[in-house]
Write a protein that binds this ligand. Structure first.
Ligand code: B12
Ligand code: SF4
Ligand code: SF4
Length: 400
């Protein structure tokens, strides 16, 4: 959280005095229109406004937590009702501005990489620079632009990490509907986008919630989820989700999920890639989201061979860095165990057999066992190619 809920903008070079100079009596509808226009200029694809009533979602969240679906993500149980009652998190909040930012870089192959078990699949949101700072900064700029027009008001920008019900707020603000995969989807843009919010005390007019559910009879995401993590429509048991297993979970990855992980080493996009609406994904123009170090198609063994200093340099400014080197090796070892037998993989794994971490050593031993089994059986199975799902690769083209 960068910006305090304050009347004085603290950063981005805005002189607070310009705000009062330019102030005039604000018309709420006019403010909302200006926000929409500026949001586009700042690189957001959509903006909606909603109130703070999340009663229905408070019940959904309690049910989810009671079922233990959050696993080790203790932060989901903290903060009492602040998550579902925005004014308890930020006193004075009466409106939430919800924004969407698309992140798929142009000309990136995804399904094809999933079908190449010697390559690493990194969730497409994590190929480039970490999005948190970028989106929070843009949201702050958006609020400050309005401050310069109408004078001071309270606001605070959030992206992802705070106790905020981002998807519920986006649905209420009209950004999209809750798919069966629990993602917020927009019929013209799919779901490969980030969400962010501005909590504010401005009496802005609210938008219509996105009421229509476009999933209909489709349930491809549930069928194709590799680990059966979509346990009910719109409900994810995080403990089974590859995104959780590879990013959030500390300690060993349970044996029952290792084969199903295939080559997914950081996050998972399958329930989005098989979704018919993902075809409408538009490429991002953000240079920061462009893949670094060929992370969109790197070989597992090359990533596994990175030394710790290389890991730290190559992941600087990326969401992957927070994983830490040990869990990076853990995830890659699983991918290598799932790859077809290959001498180069075996020697890379063997070189880490004496690695100081028990967890890494255990995953390396598991991977070697898989490799030797495949050598002995001459059995070259890797991850099940997603192409079997009957979809061509989703290649978002650069917008005109
Ligand atoms: C915890 C978390 C995770 C966990 C748990 C996932 C989960 N479904 O909760 C894990 C690590 C597994 C995860 C994975 C991913 N995440 Co995540 N995650 C979050 C986080 C921090 C909190 C989500 C949360 O509140 N979960 C609690 C549960 C109860 O909420 P929910 O899943 O949204 O469920 C709602 C629905 O079930 C709904 N509901 C239930 N029944 C019904 C019935 C009806 C009729 C209706 C209308 C609704 C409804 O109510 C629930 C509460 O609102 C948010 C950021 C944030 N602060 O909100 C990002 C966020 C949701 N994640 C995001 C992303 C991108 C991902 C991944 C795609 C990353 C990846 N590629 O690996 C995957 C997708 C997995 C999936 N299919 O959900 C984006 C989603 C953007 C979008 N378009 O929706 C968010 C918003 C981050 C961001 N700022 O952009 N994530
Ligand atoms: S992200 Fe992957 S593992 Fe998680 S629910 Fe979607 S398809 Fe299943
Ligand atoms: S795959 Fe089908 S059921 Fe799942 S979110 Fe997409 S449209 Fe809905």
């Amino acid at each position: 959280m960068t910006t305090a809920f304050t009347n004085t903008p603290a950063s981005d070079g805005v002189n607070p005095s310009t705000a009062s100079d330019a102030a005039h009596t604000p018309d709420p509808a006019e403010m909302a229109e200006k926000l929409r226009l500026w949001a586009r200029e700042l690189g957001f694809q959509q903006l909606g406004i909603t109130d703070t009533d999340l009663d229905a979602h408070e019940a959904y969240l309690s049910r989810w937590l009671e079922a233990g679906h959050h696993g080790e993500m203790d932060y989901m149980t903290r903060h009492g009702t602040k998550r579902t009652r925005p004014a308890e998190l930020e006193p004075g909040t009466i409106r939430i501005i919800s924004v969407r930012m698309d992140y798929l870089p142009p000309e990136i192959e995804s399904t094809r990489v999933l079908g190449q078990p010697e390559r690493a699949y990194v969730a497409r949101y994590a190929l480039g620079r970490d999005y948190h700072k970028l989106i929070r900064k843009r949201l702050t700029q958006l609020a400050q632009k309005l401050q310069r027009e109408i004078g001071d008001f309270g606001f605070r920008a959030f992206v992802d990490s705070a106790p905020v019900m981002e998807r519920a707020l986006a649905q209420k603000a009209g950004i999209g509907w809750f798919g069966k995969n629990a993602m917020i989807l927009n019929p013209q843009a799919g779901s490969l986008f980030f969400l962010g919010e501005l909590y504010t005390d401005l009496p802005l007019p609210v938008d219509q919630p996105f009421e229509r559910d476009h999933c209909g009879k489709c349930s491809r995401c549930r069928t194709w989820c590799p680990t059966g993590a979509i346990v009910d429509d719109k409900v994810i048991d995080a403990r089974r989700c590859i995104s959780y297993l590879t990013i959030e979970k500390h300690g060993p990855i349970p044996l029952e999920f290792r084969r199903a992980m295939g080559n997914r080493v950081f996050g998972c996009d399958d329930c989005q890639l098989v979704c018919p609406f993902t075809r409408f994904t538009r490429a991002t123009r953000e240079k920061d989201f462009a893949p670094r170090h060929a992370l969109d198609r790197a070989r597992l063994v090359d990533l596994f061979n990175w030394s710790e200093p290389e890991f730290l340099t190559h992941t600087e400014g990326s969401a992957i860095r927070r994983l830490g080197y040990e869990r990076w090796l853990r995830n890659l070892a699983v991918g290598l165990g799932n790859a077809p037998f290959n001498e180069e993989i075996v020697s890379a794994l063997r070189a880490r057999l004496a690695w100081p971490s028990d967890m890494v050593r255990e995953h390396v031993r598991w991977a070697l066992t898989q490799q030797y089994q495949k050598r002995d059986e001459d059995h070259q199975t890797g991850s099940a190619p997603l192409i079997e799902a009957g979809f061509d690769d989703i290649i978002a083209r650069q917008p005109a």
